[in-house]
Design a protein around this ligand. Structure first.
Ligand code: PSU
Ligand code: MN
Length: 300
């Protein structure tokens, strides 16, 4: 593993560090908005006084804290593999470039000693997962890796109640930030009542600490709703998502291609509006993630 100097220094000096994934760059957004967003996310984190560590795999080497040039390269390079836990040994052995999903970013962050990770939305149980068994490895990782994931909830393209049931089975603590209604990525409302509402970064940090102090293995998922002013229209999104799901089925898209294909189709169907919302929610999560990382260190 190559850990950037700024990250090593921050960790050694007990300063806050926030991990970031690279699949959102290579597979989640089009170039050049993906690179712009990734760099803005880092900027927000650093402005808040934390160190940003964007994680990816370059020539088979996991990198914790990619340089700006490497992020730029991730943004437009062709054939970067989307890497979840099962792909990690292959990409390393073959010395390939790999984009880390929520699951592999958690694995590598934990190995580096980073406890807080910011992203957009996690993978989960796709609709009809009862038949297809398409359930993201992200849920498995949240079940046993000690990293807190700051997200905007479970994406509306998924089966949210089913995903929540699986998270419960795996013992994942789910926290809803300042909202009684669990966020669903593009909007603030999934119409599912949040079980645990938290109102401050400090409260989140206290729950992380309690889980760690008690040696309870596994992740914590924070659902931070998209800010009201950037939230998309619920009725429109339901319609767009249903259309996108039909197109995905019609094109026989399967496995790891499903999530990137759905996201891309939704961007097209909303005339780019969903991309704007996606960017805004990630930036908002970056700010919360940096605050949580800071509060967590204060408690230690
Ligand atoms: N959420 C986004 N954009 C993304 C992803 C999630 O807003 O690009 C990526 C994450 O890397 C997540 C992955 O881990 O999609 C889930 O893929 P799958 O459903 O194939 O497990
Ligand atoms: Mn899948």
């Amino acid at each position: 593993m190559r850990i950037a100097k700024k990250v090593i220094e921050a960790l050694n000096n007990k300063r806050p560090v926030v991990a970031l994934e690279s699949t959102i760059i290579s597979h989640g957004m089009p170039y050049p908005r993906n690179v712009e967003t990734a760099l803005m996310v880092e900027e927000i984190i650093e402005k808040e006084g934390a160190t940003a560590a964007t994680i990816g795999i370059i020539d088979g080497e996991p990198v914790i804290g990619m340089s700006k040039e490497e992020i730029e390269e991730f943004g437009h390079r062709k054939n970067i593999k989307k890497v979840s836990r099962k792909d990690l040994p292959v990409v390393i052995a073959k010395k390939e470039w790999g984009a880390t999903t929520v699951s592999t970013t958690m694995i590598l962050a934990a190995k580096a000693g980073i406890e807080v990770f910011v992203t957009g939305g996690i993978g989960g149980a796709h609709r009809e997962a009862q038949k297809t068994f398409d359930i993201s490895n992200d849920l498995e990782e949240l079940g046993h890796t000690n990293v807190t994931v700051i997200s905007s909830g479970i994406k509306a393209i998924l089966d949210i109640p089913l995903t929540l049931e699986i998270l419960e089975t795996k013992g994942v603590t789910v926290l809803s930030y300042q909202s009684d209604d669990l966020a669903d990525f593009y909007t603030r409302h999934s119409h599912i009542k949040a079980e645990n509402v938290v109102n401050t970064p400090k409260e989140i940090a206290q729950i992380i600490k309690a889980k760690r102090d008690f040696n309870l293995e596994g992740g914590i998922l924070v659902a931070n709703p998209i800010p009201e002013e950037f939230s998309l229209d619920e009725t429109l999104m339901n319609h767009v998502i249903n259309e996108a799901l039909l197109i995905t089925n019609k094109n026989h898209i399967q496995g790891k291609d499903v999530t990137p294909f759905l996201l891309k189709t939704i961007v097209e169907k909303t005339g780019g509006e969903s991309l704007e919302a996606n960017i805004k929610l990630v930036l908002n999560n970056a700010l919360l993630g940096a605050k949580v990382a800071k509060e967590l260190l204060k408690l230690k």
